[in-house]
Ligand binder design. Structure first.
Ligand SMILES: [Zn+2]
Length: 468
């Protein structure tokens, strides 16, 4: 496989540390709010990456953290605590907020056919490990205490700007957002490893440490959770492009200072989802979530398809028109798959040949749009029906678009009347629930129908439904 490495800024042959194995790490969500579909673009592409490794025969172990403490509204350690902000907004405790949005996150990723990583670790599970790592950094002289916080000293490193493709001014963007300058820092890029004294006197979660009662900084958690579950060498670390600085830069600084050697060989960054108005964010414009797309009648898998149609290293512009177009293309594709003639027996040699083609195509820096083109090549090919289906089922292990779902339904019209009566009854129940403002119930009904392969869409003419 070949992959673009943000460290070398080149497409490189992927060579793992241990032959046949991939140690993969993903920065997880900060669980103070719903994920917007821009965040989820990264998780979709990371899912495709993991599945492509598996498709190519690698044994993958993937780890993801859940940030439930210590992430301030600016990535550079200033601003309000995101978790506390969520708790205040919703009149809940921080842990209630964390639980609610962790569940919401995994409900969204399930709808997008994103596999849950092998290890999911909340930051609050690892406080003793954070303390150990910080202690070690202090001992080695990479950290210092100032104003009762512990800071990482970036001046101790030969090369801090590891992703140095931007000039320093651009890298400072995150820092420029600062609402207040932290005068304890010796160097402008130093960052907090452990807070004991901060302006957040009402910080909900605090732990004892050798430096006083407090809580960890955001960056330390990924270094620590990575080392805890994947050992001293990580093959590939993933995240959104906005994680490069300061988050990933600081993760590398801490981890390599701690380990005393190079930590991770490949860095994979997914670019932004943008709207016509610019970069998508929670505070600007319409807050685009998976639930909102469903509310508007879109199957979340159509959003996955939309993402796969373009390359992860290019910004992707979202609009409802573009999504409608993807929905139309997807429907036609599925119709062609459903129409594959029921004939012949599976030609295993051909399946293997097409499997290798897919590995080569998608394995070339995750070229997912070419992967979809290959699907059309399968449909156009001379293969018999049974073999076509087998190849498509194989490709769907990576694409995860439910490409063969709905076939049985289309093949058994006898069940139609029964299904129709059931769907219509459910639509009535949903209408009733919405009238009573019981949106959770309305959502549950929609999900129940979706699980049976029925997608409903609210239109001006009323609710329409179709088999997917
Ligand atoms: Zn991280």
């Amino acid at each position: 496989m070949k992959i673009y490495n943000s460290l070398s800024k080149k497409v490189e042959e992927f060579v793992p540390h241990t032959e046949g194995k991939v140690n993969m790490y993903t920065c997880g969500p900060t669980v103070y709010h719903f994920a917007h579909i821009g965040n989820l673009r990264s998780y979709i592409m990371e899912d495709v990456l993991e599945k492509t490794f598996r498709f190519a025969g690698y044994d993958v172990k993937r780890v993801m953290n859940i940030t439930d403490v210590g992430h301030l509204s600016s990535d550079a350690d200033t601003g309000e605590d995101k978790m506390l902000k969520g708790a205040k907004r919703e009149h809940k405790t921080v842990m209630e907020v964390a639980k609610y949005y962790t569940d919401a996150f995994f409900s969204d990723t399930a709808k997008l056919n994103i596999k849950t990583p092998d290890v999911v670790e909340p930051a609050t599970n690892c406080i003793p490990e954070f303390i150990d790592m910080i202690d070690n950094l202090l001992e080695k002289g990479y950290a210092y205490k100032a104003g009762e916080n512990i800071y990482f000293d970036t001046s101790k490193l030969k090369n801090y700007y590891v992703f140095g493709n931007q000039n320093e001014e651009e890298l400072m963007v995150g820092v420029r957002d600062d609402v207040s300058e932290d005068t304890n820092k010796r160097n402008k890029n130093d960052f907090v490893l452990w807070f004991t004294k901060s302006k957040f006197e009402d910080q909900a979660l605090k732990w004892k440490s050798p430096w006083g009662v407090g809580y960890p900084g955001w960056h330390i958690e990924c270094s620590c959770i990575g080392v805890k579950h994947l050992g001293e060498y990580m093959d590939i670390h993933c995240g959104g492009v906005d994680n490069m600085f300061p988050h990933h830069t600081n993760e590398i600084a801490q981890s390599e200072a701690f380990l005393g050697h190079k930590w991770c060989n490949y860095w994979f960054h997914v670019h932004h989802l943008v709207t016509e108005g610019g970069k998508m964010s929670k505070s600007k414009g319409e807050f685009l979530t998976v639930s909102l797309l469903e509310e508007k009648g879109y199957d979340p898998i159509v959003y996955r398809f939309f993402c796969l149609q373009s390359h992860y290293r290019k910004p992707l512009t979202f609009s409802y028109d573009a999504l409608d177009q993807a929905a139309g293309t997807f429907k036609k594709l599925k119709n062609r798959i459903v129409a594959i003639a029921d004939e012949g027996s599976v030609d295993q040699a051909a399946v293997k040949e097409w499997h290798d083609k897919f590995t080569e195509t998608v394995g070339n820096d995750l070229n997912t749009s070419m992967g979809i083109t290959l699907l059309y090549d399968v449909l156009k090919s001379e293969l018999n029906g049974a073999t076509k289906r087998a190849v498509i089922a194989d490709y769907d292990k990576v694409l995860s678009l439910n490409l063969l779902a709905g076939e049985e339904k289309a093949a058994s019209p006898a069940a139609d009347d029964e299904l129709k009566a059931f769907v219509e009854q459910k639509i009535e129940e949903r209408k009733e629930a919405k009238k009573n403002k019981d949106f959770a119930r309305a959502d549950a009904i929609r999900d129940e129908l979706l699980a049976k392969g029925v997608a409903i869409k609210d239109t001006r003419e009323g609710v329409i439904w179709e088999l997917v």
